[in-house]
Design a protein around this ligand. Structure first.
Ligand code: COI
Length: 357
């Protein structure tokens, strides 16, 4: 991370806004983008002048290394609007640190902090009308970095592009989901890139997830690649299990993403005297808990989905149903607490909000 860059942000405003064409009540996730985007290229070993410009298609050489080797990382963050029209980010410093951690793992240059925050806050200020108020509404923000030099040798690119695009969002998953516990496929391996938000981590999930979907499951719960006996993540999210009154989630490792929602939920659980254990958890423990009735809840946690309750899981051809707990469930209680902080409806005792002024 370098703070030696002083931003000289260039802003080109869109002449007209697309916002009146958007049906905010029927938003497909991640398909409609705001009026502006942020772009900054890394050329000749240096980040160049950052720019905000109207959202538009870009032209790239077919030989750009991102197309051949997937040298690309991304982040997911959200902005929220309160009932007075004030716009807030949630823990943006965490996303800034993580994108640079991801970049470092993929041999990509780290992005300067000043550029990140000036670009992000200026972009959100320009597109603030796109952040709708009301719990359940948000603006999904997608920073990403791609390798753009035109050379197809299997080596790190010399040139990169850092961008931020934004999409108004509602719920990512509708209702509860059923999941299949992975017995054959893996999302990550020890020593690999599972902890990074590397684009390829997500592409690698598409095929096993499509097989699970054919069997009627929306997502896969990923297990460790070596033994397929430890529960690690759920789809694109971290995963929590409630056995009796204790929440359990796997420790982060080089295979598991250090989720911002995950760490915020652990803090909120502690604040609300919910007992938590961060420890390896085996599939057998889950199956046993389901059989003896002590398994109360499973939920995924991530920026896009916030908290996604799971209604049941399949493992070794047997389906295990979870009880319906409703409003008293930890997932409902923690989700509400989280959303209230994000939307400036409750005290922010950990200083997680950053207002866009
Ligand atoms: C997020 O929750 O922000 C993610 O990165 C998931 C994404 C693949 C939609």
């Amino acid at each position: 991370m370098s703070n030696t860059y002083t931003s000289n942000l260039h802003v080109e405003k869109a002449t007209t806004s697309k916002i009146n064409d958007v049906d905010f009540d029927n938003l497909p996730f991640g398909k409609i983008f705001t009026d502006h985007m942020f772009v900054c290229d890394f050329v000749n070993g240096e980040w160049q002048q950052p720019k905000i410009m109207p959202y538009q298609a870009m032209s790239m050489e077919p030989s750009s290394r991102v197309f051949h080797y997937g040298q690309a990382v991304f982040e997911g963050m959200k902005a929220y609007k309160d009932d007075d029209g004030r716009v807030f980010l949630f823990r943006p410093e965490e996303n800034f640190k993580r994108i640079n951690k991801s970049s470092a793992r993929l041999a990509m240059p780290e992005f300067p902090k000043d550029y990140f925050f000036e670009g992000l806050t200026t972009l959100l200020d320009l597109d603030r009308d796109w952040v709708q108020s009301g719990v359940g509404n948000s603006l999904y923000i997608r920073p990403f970095v791609i390798a753009i030099d035109s050379a197809i040798a299997a080596a790190p690119s010399e040139d990169y592009r850092f961008m931020i695009i934004c999409a108004p969002a509602k719920a990512y998953y509708k209702g509860t989901v059923k999941v299949l516990i992975a017995e054959q496929f893996s999302r990550s391996a020890s020593g690999g890139v599972g902890f990074a938000k590397a684009a390829g981590n997500y592409a690698a999930q598409f095929y096993p997830t499509s097989l699970a979907q054919k069997k009627g499951y929306q997502q896969v719960i990923w297990t460790d690649a070596d033994t397929h006996t430890f529960l690690e993540e759920a789809g694109t999210m971290n995963v929590f299990f409630r056995i009796n009154d204790t929440l359990i989630t796997a420790p982060i490792s080089d295979r598991i993403l250090d989720g911002v929602t995950r760490k915020s939920l652990l803090q909120l659980a502690e604040d609300n005297n919910i007992s938590c254990e961060v420890r390896p958890i085996k599939v057998n423990e889950l199956v046993e808990a389901s059989k003896n009735g002590s398994l109360k809840e499973i939920f995924g946690a991530g920026t896009a989905a916030v908290i996604s309750p799971i209604e049941g899981f399949e493992y070794q051809d047997t389906y295990y149903d979870l009880p319906e707990i409703g409003e008293a469930s930890y997932s409902s209680v923690l989700k509400q607490k989280m959303l209230y902080i994000q939307h400036n409806l409750s005290e922010d005792k950990h200083s997680w909000r950053l207002e866009i002024k």
